[in-house]
Design a protein around this ligand. Structure first.
Ligand SMILES: CC(C)(COP(=O)(O)OP(=O)(O)OC[C@H]1O[C@@H](n2cnc3c(N)ncnc32)[C@H](O)[C@@H]1OP(=O)(O)O)[C@@H](O)C(=O)NCCC(=O)NCCS
Length: 214
């Protein structure tokens, strides 16, 4: 299937299609043309300030175009519903979406999937945010050299959010409950879920991870 030419399909050996859209560059049109959004989606976006509304809308526009290409359907007619935990779903495919600044990353897979992309934050922000992680993860991050803490934190955070999005709970489940680890490979705390770091095609200064709930 052909995705919109302004989107990039990322190479991966995992059972997932990964589509990256940069809405500050080639996919800037997604911030201008919200014609595929439903009235309900436009009303939802209006509840945010202008910048946040444009960012949310652009993410939903990209998602609709990706699902439209995947399902061979008009992006405007795709039925996206929220499940009981608040995860957006479609009856005919599994997907997950994540935004970081003006980047939008979408995963489409056979199994329920969770995806996260994050920009590496300042060290101070990382030191504060890592208090939300599992105590053993905090200890691993505290043992890192100072200049590696922010990147180390965001890698664990992306793994954690991908995991929680694959479970469908999102941050309604405390991100400090499960140990996934700051090591070279994520360790899944759940027998049905596998978690993977994403590297290929992820822009510099960002970390991304995907998880499958099989
Ligand atoms: C979903 C959540 C993990 C988002 O993380 P984030 O890094 O801020 O944002 P991302 O761009 O990576 O992800 C946002 C997308 O996650 C998806 N999402 C939302 N709830 C989800 C859930 N329960 N499970 C899986 N995915 C979910 C949506 O597709 C959302 O995009 P949309 O708003 O365009 O529909 C987080 O905000 C959350 O869990 N919220 C609901 C629970 C909550 O608010 N708890 C209190 C917060 S402390």
């Amino acid at each position: 299937m052909a995705f919109h030419p302004s989107f990039t399909e990322l190479p991966t050996d995992l059972p997932v299609t990964l589509i990256l859209a940069d809405t500050s560059a080639a996919a800037a049109w997604a911030r201008e043309d919200d014609s595929v959004l439903t009235e309900q989606e436009r009303n939802y976006a209006r509840e945010f300030g202008a910048e946040a509304a444009a960012t949310w809308s652009a993410g939903r526009v990209v998602l609709r175009h990706v699902l439209g290409s995947h399902l061979g359907q008009d992006p405007a007619t795709i039925e996206i519903r929220l499940d009981s935990a608040g995860k957006p779903r479609h009856d005919d495919c599994e997907f997950s979406v994540s935004r970081s600044r003006r980047l939008v990353l979408v995963a489409v897979a056979e199994d329920p999937v969770g995806l996260d992309i994050e920009a590496v934050p300042d060290r101070d922000v990382a030191l504060e945010a890592m208090q939300m992680l599992h105590a053993s993860e905090r200890a691993e991050l505290e043992a890192l050299p100072d200049d590696e803490v922010a990147a180390g934190f965001v890698r664990v955070w992306a793994r954690t959010e991908a995991f929680l999005k694959a479970l469908s709970t999102g941050l309604a489940r405390d991100p400090g409950l499960d140990y996934i680890g700051a090591g070279t490979r994520p360790q899944s705390p759940h027998p049905d879920v596998d978690i993977h770091d994403l590297e290929a095609g992820i822009p510099a200064g960002h970390c991304a991870a995907v998880a499958f709930n099989r």
